[in-house]
Design a protein around this ligand. Sequence first.
Ligand SMILES: [Fe+2]
Length: 432
Amino acid sequence: MEPKLVLILFLLISATATCEYIRPPPRKTLHFPWNSKLSAHPQQVHVSLAGDKHMRVSWVSNYKSTLPMVEYGTSPGRYSNKSQGESTSYSYLFYSSGKIHHTVIGPLEDNTVYYYRCGGGGPEYKLKTPPAQFPVMFAVAGDLGQTGWTKSTLDHIDLCKYDVHLLPGDLSYADYIQHRWDTFGELVEPLASARPWMVTQGNHEKESIMFFKDGFQSYNSRWKMPFEESGSSSNLYYSFEVAGAHIIMLGSYADYDEHSDQYNWLKADVAKVDRKKTPWLIVLFHVPWYNSNEAHQDEGGRMMAAMEPLLHAASVDIVLAGHVHAYERTERVNNGKLDPCGAVHITIGDGGNREGLARKYKNPQPAWSVFREASFGHGELKLANSTHAYWSWHRNDDDEPVRSDQVWITSLENSGCIAEKKHELMKILSEP
Ligand SMILES: [Fe+2]
């Protein structure tokens, strides 16, 4: 071969090799100057949806600040409305929390910026309510923790014009060290005080100690979600509606068998769904049912056996899960097989926590698995209209968000699946 040709070939091969993704190493847990003496000023402010046209503002202060009051309005510094809420606190071993406040504000205009302050003073915050109509954009990232990669993921989410953040479990990775809940609250405040963060629990929220502490005390105290507003008796499972989507947040760590409170609540909740009003039906929980990573294999099997027939009969469009620290997207699937009336399952547990990535996959890749990769990142789900949604996964490529997987998803609303499974759904709903 001509020397010139060899050189050109060598350069071409080198160029191809440099395009290959070199996965960066894990990043350390961030160190925050944590002060056990809280100030009277509000801290760890975050907002969540709380029923039609209402939002809940949650924050932490010291005990001198007694008012669970939020003042708000649509112009900076001018608060034409105010609401009173409730306060709580908890103790955990040698730790005593600050005063945790939850105040529901509203009725609020759709797709509108509100300025607010908490507890009668302190800094002004700004939030935007979600739109009432399509399009609506969701940011999705689970298993966040508080490392350098978490920060990178949050910075990338901040760049996307999203309306609501969906978090399928494992928030702070406090893991019994309670002040890490405070530092996590501070880390996410810039985003979580500006857009509603809707979360469900993961195993890292449990923090139970045998014979001594029940689980989820810190999580339930700090991250109150609209369970009462959605007819649930537990903060571990609830539902809400945004624009044209009905979104169900399930609890992988609450009882889920067919005689459980959660299952009975789920039956009542899907019975209320009106696909004309909310064409998209989306479900979140922590432990994935469709997972071809070697990590956490079959952990979701029992919940899947109990609940998948009901979710399938209800024609769920998309299931978002976490737990496995990697990304995976499936075809529409049900009962382990490809099914055009099944749900698309997405595992997005790669927010950036200190435990690192789950790198080993089972081979061969199952027929239902379309895309899988062990990298940190976040997802964006844009519901464009009643029939089409655009899903993209953004890998944290060094410090740049790189769109690595993307797909248009068509809703089941006009597919014939809902009519086809009507009797199947009625049969399950009528079972005692
Ligand atoms: Fe987990």
